[in-house]
Write a protein that binds this ligand. Sequence first.
Ligand code: SF4
Length: 366
Amino acid sequence: MVVGKRGANSAKRSRQLQLLNAVPPYRPAALPILDERLRGTKFVALEPKSVLNSPQQTGVDFWSLNPYIGCEFGCTYCYARYAHRYTVERAHDGGRLSDAEFHEFRGPHGWEAFEKRVFVKERLLGVLEGDLRRYFRSVGPTDRPSAPIVIGTATDPYQPAERRFRLTRGILERLARCEGLNIGIITKSPLIARDTDVLQRLQERSDLEVHISLNTVDVSLIRQVEARSPMPAVRLRALKRLAGAGVRVGLIVAPVLPGITDDVPHLEALFQAAREAGARFVHAGPLRLYPAVRDRFLPMVEACFPHLAARYRRAYEGRSGVPRDYARALSARIKKLQARFGFPVNEGMVDRYGRRLAPAQQELGL
Ligand code: SF4
C-alpha cells in the first residue's frame, strides 16, 4: 500500500502522541527510604557509580572507602558534614529531592541532617568489583603495600546503620579474597568486633591495621562532644577483643581538643587504657576546625566550656589548623607518652598512609 505524504505525517504525529501518552513526564527516581527510627532518623538509599576513591580523586595518599554518608554518632567536631551537604545538594539539583525534601535533608545550616538522614550506598558490592579492577590496573602487585585502602576516612563504617545493612562486612568479605593489600579501618564502634572472623581472614592474605578512635575516657565529657557515640569502655572492650583475636589494632586519639583533652593526666589515662586493652600503637593529632565544623563545634564550646570560647576563636582565627607551637608541643607530649607506655614512637597514620593528608577526619581517622 502506498501512503501519501500527508497521510505519513499524520501517522507519525499520531505515533508521537501515543508515545507521549504512554510515557509519564520524566522525573528522575526519588531517593527511597530504606528504614526509619522512632526518633526520626531515616536511612536513604543511594546508588553510587563508584565507592573506592583514588588518591587523585581525593588529594590524599591512599585509596578511601566509605559505605555511608552521614553518621548517627554526631560528633560536634565532625568534618564529614560537608560530604553530606554536597550529596544532598547534588540529589536536589538532579531532581531526586523535591524542594521540601531538600530543606528537610539539609537543615537550616546545611549540617544538621548529617546525623538524621544517613545515605546507605546500595549495590555497593557490584560497584566495588569495577573499582577493584581500576585499583588493580593502576596498582601493581608489588606496589600494593604503598597504596593502602582505608575504610572509614569520612564516616564511621561501623555506625549503627551497619548493624542492619552490613555493607562494611560485605566489603571486608570481598577484600579478604584478595592478596597482598594494605587495609586500614577507622571506627569508634564496638560493632567491629562482630566481624573478627572476617578481619582474621583478611589479615591472613593482606596487611591490616584497625584504628579504634577515642579521645577521652571521661564519660561525661564524651557526651558533651559526641552526641551518640559508644562509651569509652565498650570501645576499649572491642579493642581488647580484637587484640586477643590477633588482629593488629590500636588507638587513635583524635582529635585532641585544646584545653579540653590535651592535658597530661587526660592523655595518660588514654595511653594506660590502650596498654591494658592490648593496643599495638597509639596515634594522636589535634583538632582542625574547618568552616563546616565551626558552626557545630564552637557553639558547643561556648555552652560547655565558656572559659575557652575566646581562646578557640583566637587560636583558629583565619585557619583550620592549630598554631604551629601548639602542634609541636602536643607532638612532643604524645611522643613522650608513646615511649613511656612502650608504643612505637611517632608511628602514626601519617607515617603509614602518607603525607598529603587533607582534612582532619581523613588525617586523624574521624
Ligand atoms: S567523627 Fe566519625 S564517628 Fe563522629 S560523627 Fe563524624 S563520622 Fe561519625
